[in-house]
Design a protein around this ligand. Structure first.
Ligand code: B12
Ligand code: SAM
Ligand code: SF4
Length: 452
């Protein structure tokens, strides 16, 4: 029997789906079930938003996290006697994961470490500097890649046969395999909690994440999730799985929540689960929105997450945002009429052709349409999205963590430094209202303009 240890470094607010999902999927394979045992170690971290990285003032939290890991988990990892260790990287666990994986390699030098996840913005550079990782999965659908790697561990597959990974050859040269040609089918899209149910003792105040669908049929060029396709999990299975989850806040990670299938699920679960947070895409069929609002209205509280990104047509067109502004405005107004449905508006700063003046206007218009507002600073996409467009738009990011935006075709390096500083001040872990955000930003912008 071989032992696979999954180490998940997670924020205390949400339990990630990544390693649970790939492990559950591979467990359906009879050879893997027979020959491999899995263990999951979950390490809670203090939550860090990327704005703190730009301020670079949050290293005390990082040190606390590391001390906690050393005292409570390093020995546990050693005692687990794994043959393979798997980890998943996110922006916010980046520093801890990098340091922890090095420490693990020191105490367990012969154990291979397999990495995946959405948080690696420039995988090649990162892997060159971090040779503690033997394999990295760069696919956004990691299920089949994970399975192939387990077959490799069992001696049933050669590393050169695996698609969707970076690996090192005998001379320690980093090799990038071709993209995975294996497609995840709807009937094989399994839940994340099959082999590892949620450990209720570990976390008190958290949301349970759940995927009903995967992918997005829209293809906004800045986003890692759009890929012209969407798969649905079997609906009966979804209802069965959701009803087995502990009665916590449910955080649906789907990009659509008003397809007929999605609405069917929502109407079935609304009686069982008191709280619901979900993601919404505005590229929706307007005709079904009335029914949709009826369903949402029966939940105690619903938070939708969407937004125009910018209100400027040139910017929207350049990033292939298929959003129809009128539809967005219509939906926003519908939400405002209710007391239980909140649309958390989103805009991005740093999109191509988006000047400081356009950003100011975007923030100004956001006041009108949103009660709460998320301001995002453009981040380089994991999984190579944005790669082709970057040159076209003159967009540059720092090559090292935290990969801050350096310049765009509409912003100079000085402008982006200003934005990063303003962004760090504007965004906190609490949402503040759009009016306040606009006022704060405007004050900083005037100061900046006066200085320059
Ligand atoms: C939940 C979520 C969050 C949570 C994370 C919670 C958590 N603990 O996991 C929070 C709120 C922290 C968050 C933050 C941010 N997020 Co977010 N988030 C999501 C969301 C909705 C779901 C992620 C998820 O669970 N997916 C389902 C699981 C199964 O997929 P997965 O984790 O990627 O794992 C798969 C593969 O990556 C791979 N894999 C992963 N790990 C491993 C390990 C091994 C060993 C192997 C083999 C494979 C493997 O296999 C898995 C199965 O296929 C996605 C959209 C989406 N649906 O993915 C956006 C999304 C990833 N986020 C996004 C953004 C922009 C952000 C922020 C930058 C927002 C901001 N401005 O602050 C930050 C920083 C994120 C970062 N880079 O680290 C964008 C990414 C855009 C981009 N870069 O192109 C997305 C695509 C949403 C969107 N449309 O805008 N996010
Ligand atoms: C989960 S997504 C919302 C998905 C929803 N389908 C939509 O289109 O709004 C939440 C937000 O993340 C932000 N986002 C996406 N990609 C980004 C990127 N590359 N950089 C910064 N923010 C990004 C966008 O503002 C997006 O609205
Ligand atoms: S609609 Fe939302 S999830 Fe879909 S590609 Fe665009 S930003 Fe990404």
């Amino acid at each position: 029997m071989k032992k696979v240890l999954l180490i998940e470094l997670f924020s205390q607010k949400v339990i990630p789906l990544s390693l649970r999902t790939v492990a559950s999927y591979s467990f359906k394979d009879s050879l893997i079930k027979e020959k491999i045992s899995f263990e999951l170690i979950e390490i809670p971290l203090d939550f860090l938003f990327e704005d703190k990285f730009y301020q670079k003032n949050s290293y005390t939290k990082l040190l606390d996290n590391l001390k906690n890991i050393e005292t409570n988990f390093l020995e546990k990892i050693k005692l687990s006697k794994p043959d393979l260790i798997c980890m998943s990287i996110w922006f916010w666990n980046h520093l801890e994961l990098t340091i922890l994986s090095k420490k693990i390699k020191n105490i367990l030098p012969s154990v291979k470490i397999f990495l995946g996840g959405q948080g690696l913005m420039f995988p090649e550079e990162y892997l060159k500097n971090n040779n503690q990782f033997d394999i990295y999965c760069f696919e956004r659908y990691g299920e089949e890649v994970f399975k192939d790697c387990l077959y490799y561990m069992l001696g049933k597959k050669k590393i050169e046969e695996i698609e969707g990974i970076f690996y090192r050859d005998n001379l320690n040269t980093l090799i990038k395999a071709k993209n995975s040609s294996k497609i995840l089918e709807t009937q094989n899209f399994y839940g994340a909690y099959d082999i590892f149910p949620i450990n209720n003792n570990l976390v008190k105040d958290f949301s349970v994440m759940y995927e009903i669908t995967r992918g997005c049929i829209f293809n906004c060029s800045y986003c890692a999730w759009g890929d012209n396709k969407i798969i649905h999990k079997d609906l009966d299975r979804v209802i069965y799985e959701i009803n087995k989850l502990p009665d916590k806040k449910l955080f649906l990670v789907d990009s659509f929540c008003n397809t007929p299938d999605h609405m069917y699920v929502l109407s079935k679960i609304k009686k069982t689960l008191p709280f619901l947070s979900l993601f919404i895409s505005y590229q929706v069929n307007k005709n079904i929105s009335e029914d949709f609002f009826k369903i949402l209205n029966e939940f105690k509280y619903v938070e939708l997450l969407s937004g125009p990104q910018s209100f400027n047509e040139t910017v929207l067109k350049s990033v292939k945002r298929t959003l129809n502004l009128d539809v967005m405005k219509f939906w926003s107004n519908e939400c405002k009429k209710t007391s239980n449905i909140c649309n958390l508006g989103n805009i991005i700063m740093g999109l191509p052709f988006q000047t400081l003046e356009i950003i100011e206007e975007d923030l100004y218009l956001s006041k009108k349409y949103f009660k709460v507002l998320n301001i995002n600073l453009l981040v380089p996409s994991s999984f190579y999205v944005l790669e082709n467009s970057q040159k076209k738009w003159g967009i540059e990011f720092e090559k090292t963590f935290p990969h801050g935006l350096l310049k765009t075709n509409a912003l100079t390096e000085k402008d982006t430094m200003f934005l990063r500083k303003a962004y760090s001040g504007l965004i906190g872990t609490d949402y503040i209202n759009p009016e306040l955000k606009y006022n704060l930003f405007n004050k900083l912008l005037i100061e900046y303009k006066n200085k320059s």
